[in-house]
Design a protein around this ligand. Structure first.
Ligand SMILES: NC(=O)c1ccc[n+]([C@@H]2O[C@H](COP(=O)([O-])OP(=O)(O)OC[C@H]3O[C@@H](n4cnc5c(N)ncnc54)[C@H](OP(=O)(O)O)[C@@H]3O)[C@@H](O)[C@H]2O)c1
Length: 428
């Protein structure tokens, strides 16, 4: 692992540690630090309120039965709106785990401060517009400084992005297309997400026009389609694969996977995989509920009054899927996710430009509750991989997707040992 020096005393700084997600990231870092040889991983918490950070450390100390967290873990006070405070924070760490979102409002000053002050930056953003804009505007600056900025290292979108790379690796031949199906199961009390993620979605959908404009600025040529074209699914369909109704997944996964596939095609000359992501929604009643909610959402995000109402009453407008208080511990404990990947391609020795695909593969990525158990695990393992395997990351810095950054590292093995499992399944 990279060594910390007296001028940079921490391997990891958890910024936004007092947030709903930040508190779980703190616990995950504490658990991982305890796994290594005594005192090997040096870390600190950061945020804008010292008392709230003290509370988070006390709570973690109690939940993990680690009383030393109250006294041994340093607190750094830093506010997104105060540039000098961000600089001071970034100068003290090798990696900043940024948990302050929505990123469209708070993310850029942190990326900038990390690059200027030589700290790698990892976030759990699920907002394609922020992620792609950071790549457009900061990739060269980050490369010049030898800093890695790796976005979307939470449930959005490590399971999907690394899941595709895993499927590619397991496939004997040229994998050309993958469809994924996400399902989330909850216990008797159901499940929910915290308000900040809902806000990210509201403002992201409201601004989808800017994302289209931003993409034009990259001036990318379309990726080549290798092999036979995959038949497009409808906007709602019954999936035999997961035996329930499914709809296209509108999270950041397709955007992140596409960027990774472009990177691997352009930099590593790998054959790109065509990717479509779907999410299971259950039975007909859920479909009707979702369609009504979806239509209302699409209508309301277009107006500032609509956005105000959506963000004031997340639970009402999301049918309880997002709440101001976030999920209870019981809801978190009873929830888990699975993403099934169904891939097709051409077996070894068969030319993908000739005829139909002749080989199939099915893989799965599964884990505990996505937002507040899997996300801290993927974020912290991404940071630990970066610290241990810096030489296996591309070039000498830049803004990357998880797949582009970690394709040559042991991140998947590390995740397998930390609750996010990557498995090969028999094709149904
Ligand atoms: N990828 C995924 O799957 C995934 C999963 C979970 C969350 N997320 C994302 O993570 C982000 C955080 O979510 P959350 O639910 O944890 O939100 P949250 O509870 O509202 O936490 C936000 C954090 O940001 C801090 N903050 C706000 N303004 C700040 C400022 N000016 N300076 C410094 N810190 C500031 C807050 O500090 P105070 O405590 O002092 O207010 C708090 O620590 C969201 O963007 C969410 O979408 C992604």
């Amino acid at each position: 692992m990279a060594t910390v020096t007296s001028s940079r005393p921490y391997h990891i700084i958890v910024f936004g540690a007092s947030g709903f997600t930040g508190q779980f990231v703190v616990e995950e870092v504490a658990r991982c630090a305890a796994e290594g040889p005594g005192g090997c991983l040096k870390w600190a918490v950061a945020g804008r309120s010292r008392p709230r950070l003290e509370d988070v450390l006390s709570q973690a100390a109690q939940r993990l039965s680690m009383p030393e967290l109250r006294t041994d873990i340093e607190i750094i006070v830093a506010d997104v709106s105060i540039e000098e405070s961000l600089a001071m924070m970034c100068q003290q760490g090798l990696v900043v785990l940024n948990c302050v979102g929505p990123y469209r409002f708070y993310g850029e000053p942190v990326v900038k401060a990390c690059i200027e002050n030589g700290a790698h930056c990892i976030d759990i953003c699920g907002e394609p517009q922020f992620l792609e804009r950071m790549q457009l505007e900061y990739h060269s600056k980050a490369m010049d400084k030898g800093v890695y900025v790796i976005g979307s290292c939470g449930f959005d979108s490590i399971p999907a992005d690394m899941g595709i790379l895993y499927t590619q690796k397991q496939f004997k031949g040229t994998l050309t297309a993958v469809e994924s199906f996400l399902t989330i199961s909850t216990g008797p009390e159901g499940g929910s997400g915290h308000d900040a993620t809902w806000q990210s979605a509201v403002y992201g959908f409201a601004d989808s026009k800017s994302l289209r404009q931003l993409r034009k600025k990259f001036g990318h040529k379309p990726l080549p389609v290798v092999g036979a074209r995959v038949k497009k699914r409808g906007s709602v369909f019954f999936s035999k694969e997961i035996e329930q109704y499914a709809i296209p997944f509108v999270g950041s996964d397709p955007s992140v996977v596409r960027r990774t596939q472009r990177f691997l095609y352009e930099e590593e000359h790998q054959s790109p995989v065509l990717y479509s992501a779907y999410v299971g929604v259950g039975g007909l009643f859920s479909v009707v509920k979702l369609l009504c909610g979806g239509l209302l959402f699409w209508f309301m995000v277009k107006f500032s009054l609509g956005r105000k109402l959506l963000t004031m009453f997340p639970s009402l407008f999301s049918f309880g899927l997002f709440t101001k208080s976030g999920p209870t511990m019981k809801q978190i404990e009873d929830t888990c996710f699975s993403i099934m990947f169904f891939g097709e391609g051409y077996s070894e020795g068969k030319d993908p430009s000739q005829g139909q695909p002749n080989a199939k593969i099915c893989t799965q990525v599964m884990g505990a509750e996505p937002g507040y158990v899997a996300t801290p695990a993927t974020m912290v393992q991404a940071a630990i991989t970066l610290l241990h395997e810096l030489h296996s990351l591309p070039r000498r810095g830049g803004v990357y997707t998880p797949g582009a950054a970690f394709s040559k590292t042991s991140l998947i093995d590390r995740l397998n040992n930390h609750g996010v499992k990557f498995l090969v399944r028999s094709y149904p």
